[in-house]
Design a protein around this ligand. Structure first.
Ligand SMILES: NC(=O)c1ccc[n+]([C@@H]2O[C@H](COP(=O)([O-])OP(=O)(O)OC[C@H]3O[C@@H](n4cnc5c(N)ncnc54)[C@H](OP(=O)(O)O)[C@@H]3O)[C@@H](O)[C@H]2O)c1
Length: 298
């Protein structure tokens, strides 16, 4: 069994990595938030501790998953964002080079400026906010300095369920749980949902096939926040009970003040060309996500 160290795996994506990887690999999963029995504590901002913990486990692969993912928090705390999302990636690359272990880094569709409708793996990023810049700088560092690496870019993440999902799906479902009869949804943001379990399975395939380099990795199909909301309401059978009010991003300018691209739609061009795309249609994955994680929630 290959040994895999997964740093920052207490969040949405880490949960899916653990579940998809645990039967095929020997794992060590760490985070600063030890919220599962299979996690242990490691703050990857501390290079010495990170190195010692990885060295001690002697993995065949180092997955550097964790980040500060709240865009507004990053905007207000840029030094912390850089330390966590960029400098810690530098630590991971140094460790991976030192131990001759390949590394996986997770990047984001949010690094583009949104002027194009679709972005493939070769389009040039142009980040608009602190979070996006900190993630893109991590990407550049990995590309320039790591000998053997995988960089996988995710889109609008769906996963983790009520306990861990910090993003759109859980925010909408929480409003509904709290009795909302009306949802205010932006009609000017476009992207590609990314189900954490599909993503973890696709990463596993790339690791098993010893693939290297950069891959866009999002669910099939392109969409908008508005369409995701309508599909979600249809899945939970509340399309006729809840009113969706279309608004522009201006409506949320105080709450969501970090600058976001209009379009962050990715195309899995490289995965497709290598015949290694196992990401499913976002509607299929959304239904599975809701059925698996939210059946008792509402
Ligand atoms: N969520 C998205 O929509 C999205 C989209 C594209 C790409 N990504 C990328 O996907 C990766 C996984 O994100 P996610 O969606 O799983 O986010 P998440 O749920 O916020 O999980 C990230 C985890 O990293 C932990 N972490 C933060 N600082 C750390 C540190 N110094 N040392 C160790 N662990 C630390 C977090 O702990 P705390 O909760 O205590 O901070 C959290 O448990 C990230 O690299 C993110 O940039 C996310």
């Amino acid at each position: 069994m290959k040994k895999i160290y997964i740093a920052g795996s207490g969040g949405m994506l880490g949960e899916a990595f653990y579940k998809q990887f645990k039967d095929s690999f020997q794992l060590k999963c760490t985070d600063i938030d030890v919220n599962e029995s299979w996690l242990s504590y490691l703050d990857f901002r501390n290079y010495e501790n990170y190195l010692l913990d990885v060295k001690d486990f002697a993995p065949d692969y180092l997955c550097h998953l964790g980040a500060l993912t709240d865009l507004e928090y990053c905007e207000l705390n840029p030094e912390e964002a850089i330390k966590t999302n960029t400098s810690s990636v530098e630590h991971a690359v140094k460790i991976s080079n030192l131990l001759k272990t390949p590394i996986l880094y997770i990047s984001t569709a949010g690094i583009f400026n949104g002027k194009k409708q679709f972005y493939d793996d070769w389009d040039k990023p142009d980040p608009l906010c602190t979070y996006a810049k900190s993630k893109y700088d991590g990407e550049i560092f990995v590309q320039k300095n790591s000998k053997t690496h995988l960089i996988c870019r995710a889109g609008w993440m769906m996963g983790g369920g009520p306990k861990k999902d910090k993003k759109f799906i859980n925010k909408i479902l929480t409003q509904i749980k709290n009795g909302a009869e009306e949802l205010f949804i932006v009609n000017d943001k476009f992207g590609t949902p990314t189900y954490t379990h599909d993503f973890a399975k696709n990463v596993k395939l790339l690791i098993e096939n010893e693939c290297n380099g950069l891959y866009n990795m999002v669910c099939d199909g392109v969409t908008s926040r508005l369409e995701v909301t309508k599909e979600l309401l249809s899945i939970i059978g509340l399309s006729n009970k809840i009113n969706v009010v279309e608004v522009s991003s201006e409506y949320f300018k105080n709450e969501y003040f970090a600058k976001r691209p209009e379009s962050e739609r990715l195309i899995n061009k490289r995965l497709n060309s290598e015949n290694r795309n196992v990401m499913r249609d976002w509607k299929v994955s959304l239904k599975e996500y809701i059925d698996m994680y939210f059946s008792d929630y509402l």
